[in-house]
Design a protein. Structure first.
Length: 490
């Protein structure tokens, strides 16, 4: 089982805090090992350096001492062999002992140097031969002097300081090599630890941030009103518990949304029947079926008729919205979209002419497969919205063409446009932007929501594009292709 599988196994029992602490612990283990290993290496190198310094210092001092004691011994041997004085003999014996001590000290200082060891052995043999020769001369009654060769001990060790210096230089190089080796070792150790740290940090950040990303996605879906996807957060215990609460919230919001739709559906239907009766009654009054009306009574009847028509339109908008949300089956047929646009413009032309608004129409012949009533409502809502927010005596552009195997309809007005705050909510049901529409009649806030839903029902899109002036809505619908089985989706 690898690290990832082990982490997944322990996640159900851990919280984010415990997981973070575990990650810090695992990351700190190699770091602590590196620190202690570095300390150990430094102490080891420090001990080696101290020993090397002590050894080289002792070697230099003792090499000079050996050379000095050898020269003193030569002089004493020469004097004693000539004068044969007891005091000189005693000094000669003492200097032999001192030379022996100096020679042993040098051997202890550089125990592994074979060249110096051989020189010290040769010096010892030469000194013993000199001692025997001095003893023979002192015992002989014939006056005899030591030859220069017999007194040439110093020549054996005259290069000793240079050899010790060479040894010191060699030791220094070894120390430098050891330092460089330790630096390289620590460097590669750090190089290997960095990917390990990065890997561990990535693994734990993944297991910590993954449920957070899922949580963010779930909250965004809830904020956008998408309650269809079940929320299932995998990860530490506290994140899973929070995910369960979000799932409960999703279910509750779904119930409330369904209750809202049911309420709107019932209210719309309940209002439609009395509204019909009111309109019929007003019609009878205007036709003076129940008697002649004076001028004031006619004005009252006209006001009642106008407001009943507006109320009926709002009730029908609610019914259309419920139908769009419910995803009822649509009757598909091949429609010439340009003809449908012309019919819708004709219906809206009277309201536009009352405010001096004109249409700049540039359309091509385009055929789509869709529901005539829904597409008519969609286009009517776009035009009605453009008229509502356009200043008097301006022009609304209507363009229809084909782009990337889609029918593309652009509706562009010269109104105040849509603010950044409103752009993200412009297609939400019942949302009416901060900028007021032209005219005295306030809308329901369902027109663009219904248009957006109908566009999705026909596998198309309705989007708000950036525009220098006014609002620019673009409707994109798949083109009808002969032989292809097109189906609208809810």
């Amino acid at each position: 089982m690898d690290v990832n599988q082990r982490l997944k196994a322990i996640q159900p029992r851990t919280t984010i805090r415990q997981l973070v602490l575990l990650g810090c612990l695992l990351i700190s283990i190699p770091l602590i090992f590196t620190i202690f290993n570095t300390i150990f290496r430094i102490e080891q190198l420090s001990s080696y350096l101290q020993q090397a310094v002590t050894t080289t210092t002792d070697a230099v001092d003792t090499s000079r001492l050996v050379l000095s004691r050898t020269r003193d011994l030569e002089r004493s041997a020469g004097q004693y062999s000539v004068l044969k004085d007891d005091e000189l003999k005693q000094r000669y014996e003492e200097q032999r002992i001192e030379l022996s001590f100096a020679r042993n000290a040098l051997l202890q200082a550089v125990p592994e140097d074979e060249l110096i060891r051989e020189q010290m052995l040769e010096l010892q043999q030469a000194e013993e031969a000199l001692y025997q020769r001095v003893t023979e001369i002192v015992s002989s009654e014939v006056p005899t002097e030591l030859s220069p060769n017999e007194l040439g001990l110093s020549r054996l060790v005259q290069d000793l300081p240079s050899e010790v210096n060479a040894l010191v230089n060699s030791t220094t190089r070894q120390v430098n090599d050891s330092i460089q080796s330790m630096i390289k070792r620590l460097f590669w150790q750090a190089v290997l630890l960095v990917p390990l740290f990065v890997l561990l940090a990535f693994v734990f950040s993944y297991f910590v941030t993954r449920p957070m990303r899922s949580m963010d996605k779930a909250v965004r879906h809830l904020g956008e009103g998408n309650f269809d996807n079940k929320i299932n957060i995998e990860g530490p215990r506290d994140m899973r518990e929070l995910g369960q609460r979000l799932e409960w919230l999703r279910k509750r919001l779904t119930e409330l949304d369904q209750q809202k739709l049911t309420f709107l559906h019932h209210v719309s239907h309940e209002l439609k029947t009395p509204l019909t009766s009111i309109r019929e009654g007003v019609g009878l009054l205007e036709e003076e079926v129940v008697g002649e009306l004076n001028l004031e009574q006619q004005k009252v009847a006209s006001i009642i008729k106008e407001n009943s028509i507006q109320l009926q339109q709002e009730v029908e908008a609610l019914l259309n919205f419920n139908s769009a949300i419910a995803g009822n089956e649509v009757d598909l047929e091949n429609l010439e979209l340009s003809t449908l646009i012309q019919e819708t413009v004709t219906q809206q032309r009277l309201a536009a002419r009352a405010r001096g608004i004109s249409f700049d129409i540039k359309i091509e012949k385009v055929i789509v497969s869709g529901d005539w009533q829904q597409l008519r409502t969609l286009i009517s809502n776009l035009l009605s919205n453009a008229i509502k927010y356009s200043p008097d005596k301006t022009t609304i552009e209507i363009k229809l063409g084909m782009l990337n195997k889609q029918a593309v309809l652009d509706v562009i007005d010269q109104g105040p446009g849509i603010s950044e705050e409103d752009r993200i909510r412009i297609f939400e049901p019942f949302y009416q932007g901060q900028r007021l529409a032209r005219g005295h009649i306030k809308g329901t806030g369902l027109g663009l929501a219904i248009a957006h839903q109908y566009a999705q029902t026909h596998n198309g899109t309705l989007e708000l594009l950036d525009s220098e002036t006014g609002a620019h809505f673009r409707l994109s619908l798949p083109l009808y292709v002969s032989g292809e089985n097109y189906a609208a989706t809810a």
